[in-house]
Design a protein around this ligand. Structure first.
Ligand SMILES: Cc1ncc(COP(=O)(O)O)c(C=O)c1O
Length: 399
C-alpha cells in the first residue's frame, strides 16, 4: 500500500483532526450521553416548516434552486444576513457582506486572505478548534492570550502585542466563547480595539452565539465600536436555524471582501442555493426571533440543570467552572490537577458519558490540561442530569 505520508504537504503533516469529531465516531453507541459536541438542540429544528418550504421552492423555482448562483450570495439571502448584522449595529457604510458556507469558511478565507507563512495571529487561549486548525493550515504562528471569567485578558493582550508587534490579525469570540462560555465586557472590547489600533492589527470577531443570551445584558459587538474598518465580523445561521444548512456570512470593508470573494470563488464557487432560498423563505414566513427566543429559553433551562447538578454531584471544593449567560458551553478547571485528563475522559466513556479535554482547544495541544468543556445544548435535560451525575462519580473517584 502507498504510504501517503510521503505525499502530504508540509502544512498538513502536523495537523490533528478535531478530537471531538473523532469522539463522535466512538459515540455510535446510543447509550453514550454526549456533553462533548457543539450541536444546537435538534428538538427545536423547524423540520416541518422547512420541508414544506424546500418542496415549494423545488416545485416553483427549480432553476433558481438548482442552477449556479453568485459567489457573494443570493441577494435576498444577503439582505437577511445584513438584517441580522444590523440588529447588532455591525453593518456600517462602506461595508460589504458575503454569504459563506458556514462561518467556518468565512474565518478560513479571511485568514487565507491575510496570513503569509510565518505571520502571527493572536488568539484567545483556549479557542475554537475549527478556527485554530484553519489558521494552522496557513503555517502561521498562533500567539495565545490567557483568559479569565471575562474573556481575553487585556493586560495579557498588551504583553502579547509588545512581544509580537508585527502580529497581523487577532481572532476573538467575545460573546459566549467556545470553549469557555465567557463574555468580554464592554470596557475590554474598547481596550481591545484601542490596542489593535495602536499595533495596527486587524480583528476577526466571530459571533455565532451572540443571539443565544438567556441572562444578563447584551454587550455591543466589537464591530459596532469600530469606526475605521478594522473588524471583520463573522455571523452564522448554524445556532439560530440549522447547522446542516451551512449558512454563515462575513461583514467587512468592501475593499477587503472583494479579495475574499475571489478566494470563495476558488473554494466552492458559492454557497448552495437551495439552503439560501430556504432560509430566505423561512425568514419571510416566520419570525426567526420567535424561534431564537424558544432556543434561548431552552438553553437557559438546560444550563441551569447542568449547573445545579454540578453543584450537587461534583466533589466539593475540587473544581471551578464558568457560569455562562448564553451560548452552549461551560468550562471546568481542576486547580492543581497534575494527572492525565485523558484518564478522566476515558473513565467517563466507560460510564457512557462523553466530555472534551481542554488540550483540544489549546494553542499547544501537546501540553497537559487540567480543564474540560461541557456542552448543555444538544441533549435533553434528563440526560444532562444523568450525564453530569456520572461525570461527578468519575471526578469523585479520581480526585
Ligand atoms: C466559535 C465558533 N465559530 C464558528 C463556528 C462554525 O460555525 P458554522 O457552522 O457557521 O461554520 C462554530 C461552530 O461550532 C463555533 O463554535
Amino acid at each position: 500500500m502507498i504510504d501517503y505520508n510521503d505525499f502530504f504537504a508540509d502544512r498538513v503533516k502536523p495537523m490533528k483532526g478535531s478530537a471531538i469529531r473523532e469522539m463522535f465516531k466512538r459515540m455510535a453507541d446510543p447509550e453514550i450521553i454526549s456533553l462533548a459536541g457543539g450541536n444546537p438542540a435538534s428538538e427545536l429544528f423547524p423540520g416541518d416548516e422547512l420541508s414544506k418550504i424546500a418542496g415549494k421552492i423545488l416545485m416553483t423555482s427549480p432553476t433558481l434552486a438548482l442552477q449556479y448562483g453568485t459567489t457573494d450570495g443570493y441577494p435576498k439571502m444577503k439582505d437577511c444576513a445584513r438584517a441580522r448584522a444590523e440588529k447588532v449595529n455591525s453593518y456600517r457604510d462602506g461595508d460589504a457582506i458575503i454569504i459563506m458556507t458556514g462561518a467556518n469558511q468565512g474565518i478560513d478565507l479571511t485568514a487565507k486572505c491575510i496570513l503569509n507563512k510565518g505571520d502571527k495571529i493572536i488568539v484567545e487561549s483556549p479557542s475554537f478548534i475549527g478556527s485554530l486548525n484553519a489558521f494552522r493550515t496557513y503555517e502561521c504562528q498562533l500567539v495565545g492570550v490567557d483568559m479569565d471569567n471575562d474573556g481575553m485578558r487585556m493586560d495579557k493582550l498588551e504583553e502579547a502585542l509588545k512581544a509580537n508587534p508585527d502580529a497581523k490579525l487577532l481572532y476573538t469570540i467575545p460573546t459566549f466563547q467556545n470553549p469557555t462560555g465567557t463574555t468580554m465586557p464592554l470596557e475590554r472590547r474598547k481596550r481591545l480595539l484601542e490596542l489593535c489600533k495602536e499595533y495596527n492589527v486587524l480583528i476577526i470577531e466571530d459571533n455565532p452565539y451572540g443571539d443565544l443570551r438567556f441572562s444578563g445584558e447584551d454587550v455591543p459587538t466589537i464591530k459596532s465600536l469600530d469606526t475605521e474598518g478594522r473588524v471583520i465580523y463573522c455571523g452564522s445561521f448554524s445556532k439560530i436555524l440549522s447547522p446542516g444548512m451551512r449558512l454563515g456570512y462575513i461583514v467587512g470593508p468592501a475593499a477587503l471582501l472583494e479579495k475574499i470573494e475571489i478566494l470563495k470563488q476558488v473554494n466552492d464557487v458559492h454557497t448552495p442555493m437551495l439552503t439560501q432560498l430556504m432560509c430566505v423563505e423561512f425568514m419571510k414566513k416566520y419570525n426567526i426571533d420567535d424561534y431564537i427566543e424558544k432556543n434561548r429559553a431552552l438553553y437557559g433551562k438546560k444550563c441551569k440543570a447542568m449547573l445545579d447538578t454540578m453543584e450537587e454531584c461534583f466533589p466539593k471544593g475540587k473544581l471551578e467552572w464558568t457560569v455562562p449567560e448564553g451560548g452552549i458551553f461551560l468550562w471546568c478547571t481542576i486547580p492543581g490537577f497534575e494527572g492525565d485528563m485523558n484518564d478522566i475522559v476515558n473513565k467517563c466513556l466507560e460510564k457512557k458519558v462523553a466530555i472534551v479535554p481542554g488540550s483540544n482547544f489549546a494553542i499547544d495541544q501537546s501540553l497537559p490540561s487540567n480543564q474540560f468543556r461541557l456542552n448543555y445544548s444538544s441533549v435533553p435535560i434528563e440526560k444532562i442530569v444523568e450525564g453530569v451525575k456520572r461525570l461527578g462519580e468519575v471526578l469523585t473517584e479520581v480526585l
